[in-house]
Design a protein around this ligand. Structure first.
Ligand SMILES: O=C(O)[C@@H](CO)OP(=O)(O)O
Ligand SMILES: [Mn+2]
Ligand SMILES: [Mn+2]
Length: 560
């Protein structure tokens, strides 16, 4: 806060709300509100705790927006996601997010004037430009149209040899859509070849099995990608990427998210695009969590997470800088949103002791994303972040309860310990199991998350505290693709089209607990409230006024 120093962090006392109440801040990942039917797993599941908020205290339950411009995404067609959702929840303001910033930089051409592009350009004369990232139009981690513009822009600016290493999606888009995306990419590359650019696909694999792990859950995922992308080695070799994806998808139980790694080889069987000394590499995902591990492998001289075998001397840039604290990667094409003065930082400066917890796959959501894409503590003495190791190497439909119970117990213990003023958790079940498309398992997942909420509010009851229960975006409440009228869609063979992605639905927020002052209720004058309004609300419940530029609080205190 520059020269203003400590004083600038000081929050004014709330005129009506007391300090010192223990607050449980619970985020149910992937828990939206939709019409009840058999594909709404939250409706089908037995969720007495979440149901009770709505029925017993309707003035302290409402819906808030969790998608589109309300969370800084380019359009109202953009579904919510964890990154933008937790950013908004923690920062209390709406920032133009990665997807939008990249759109703007490409549209204005500014992306090509920056330091990052100039850096990779140095390899264009004698080296290859490699582009690595998620190939879909999901808009959560990357977007196909941005890759297309970047390919064109790089070729126009002198890239003579280009290799694309793609990850198939099936998580933010329908399973099976990978083939179409690869065909589109192949067309673009063939257009470039007509313009004498040697452009080809070099390798591929499914995002959840190759490269896109997060929060160091399983380095083997990144290693599989490294072997294919850098070393040119993979268990499968094909002459064409369309053939690769079609063949691998024909295997029983194949799934875009989990396709095995493959490399494209030439007529002599040699990989067409391993990454070599003197090459340039761009990771074209804008979202951080699932690119950070690869960025470390590409950038760090000291690295012991797996044997890299060969570490090429490259010019590497991220689409964005993925971690502002670690300055990772050091070169990037687009400057990320500067999400500063988050609620977590304010609260720590105002004496609020914080505990945050989730299991590995969502741990960074309630820490890194919550704190504005910043790793580490603001003040080690006042914060404790606990990570419960996630199961590794499984799809979560086989373990739909995940670590909900363990997270709830850690939260309960933190609440009862009296050592913390805010106890913040993310319950991953609705989202992680929802992404598998397994409806039965998702129902079990929702029930588990509901039970965890009950454990946490029981602890809040015991200490006379307050709970705030909300979600970051929808997922489990709708498991099928629908037409405009809401009717489930069938594919060509008459099979139901399963929706593995997030949704555009709003999410619930409920507040309560014995520590909540009588007369606190949701205001009626913020009907368009969204996730960004939650931070001011929580700051109020801690007994403070929110900073002026935060989105308005959702609550008012009516005198009895
Ligand atoms: O798994 C992920 O990476 C995304 C979906 O692409 O989900 P979430 O935003 O909930 O983390
Ligand atoms: Mn999420
Ligand atoms: Mn998700």
């Amino acid at each position: 806060m520059g020269s203003a120093g400590q004083n600038a962090w000081k929050l004014a006392d709330h005129p009506k709300l007391p300090k010192g109440k223990t607050i449980a801040m619970v985020v149910l990942d992937g828990w939206g509100e939709a019409k009840p039917d058999q594909y709404n797993c939250i409706h089908v599941a037995d969720t007495p705790t979440m149901d009770s908020f709505k029925t017993t205290a309707p003035e302290r339950w409402r819906l808030i927006k969790a998608h589109g411009t309300a969370v800084g995404l380019p359009s109202e067609d953009d579904m919510g996601n964890s990154e933008v959702g937790h950013n908004a929840l923690g920062a209390g303001r709406i920032f133009a997010q990665g997807a939008k910033l990249v759109d703007l930089a490409l549209a204005s051409g500014k992306i090509y004037d920056g330091e990052g592009f100039n850096y990779i350009k140095q390899s264009f004369d004698n080296g290859t430009l490699h582009l690595i990232g998620l190939l879909s139009d999901g808009g959560v981690h990357s977007r196909l149209d941005q890759l297309q513009l970047l390919l064109k822009g790089a070729a126009e600016r002198g890239a003579k040899r280009i290799r694309v290493h793609f990850l198939t999606d099936g998580r933010d888009v329908l399973d099976g859509s990978s083939v179409g995306f690869v065909e589109t990419l192949e067309k673009d590359l063939s257009n470039l070849r007509e313009k004498a650019v040697d452009a080809q696909i070099a390798s591929g694999g499914g995002r959840m099995y190759v490269t896109m792990d997060r929060y160091e859950n399983d380095w083997n995922v990144v290693k599989r990608g490294w072997d294919a992308q850098v070393l040119g080695e993979a268990p499968y070799k094909f002459r064409s990427a369309v053939e690769a994806v079609e063949k691998l998808r024909a295997e029983p139980k194949a799934n875009d998210q989990y396709l095995p790694p493959f490399v494209i080889v030439d007529e002599s069987g040699n990989p067409v695009g391993p990454i070599k000394d003197g090459d340039a590499v761009v990771t074209f995902n804008f979202r951080a969590d699932r690119m950070t591990m690869l960025a470390k492998a590409l950038e760090y001289a000291d690295f012991d997470k797996f044997d890299r075998v060969r570490v090429p001397k490259i010019h590497y840039a991220g689409m964005l800088q993925y971690d502002g604290e670690l300055k990772l990667p050091s070169q990037y094409l687009v400057t990320p949103p500067e999400i500063e003065r988050t609620s977590g930082e304010y609260l720590v400066h105002n004496g609020v002791r914080t505990f945050a917890c989730s299991e590995t796959v969502k741990f960074g959501h309630v820490t890194f994303f919550w704190n504005g894409n910043r790793s580490g503590y603001f003040n080690e003495e006042m914060e404790e972040y606990v990570e419960i190791p996630s199961d590794v190497g499984i799809t979560f439909n086989v373990q739909p309860k995940m670590k909900a119970l363990e997270i709830a117990e850690k939260a309960r213990d933190a609440i009862l310990s009296g050592k913390f003023d805010q106890v913040r958790v993310n319950l991953p079940n609705g989202d992680m199991v929802g992404h598998t498309g397994d409806i039965e398992a998702t129902v079990v997942a929702c029930k588990a998350a509901d039970g965890a909420v009950q454990t946490i509010i029981d602890a809040i009851e015991q200490v006379g505290g307050i709970y705030v229960i909300t979600a970051d975006h929808g997922n489990a409440e709708d498991m099928v693709k629908r037409d405009k009228s809401g009717k489930p869609l069938l594919d060509k063979s008459g099979k139901l089209q399963i929706l593995t992605s997030h949704t555009l639905e709003p999410v619930p927020i409920a507040i309560g607990g014995p520590g909540l002052k009588a007369g606190v209720r949701f205001r009626n004058d913020v009907p368009t409230g969204g996730l960004a309004n939650v931070a001011a609300t929580v700051i109020n419940l801690h007994g403070f006024e929110a900073p002026n530029d935060y989105e308005p609080t959702l609550i008012e205190v009516v005198d009895n």
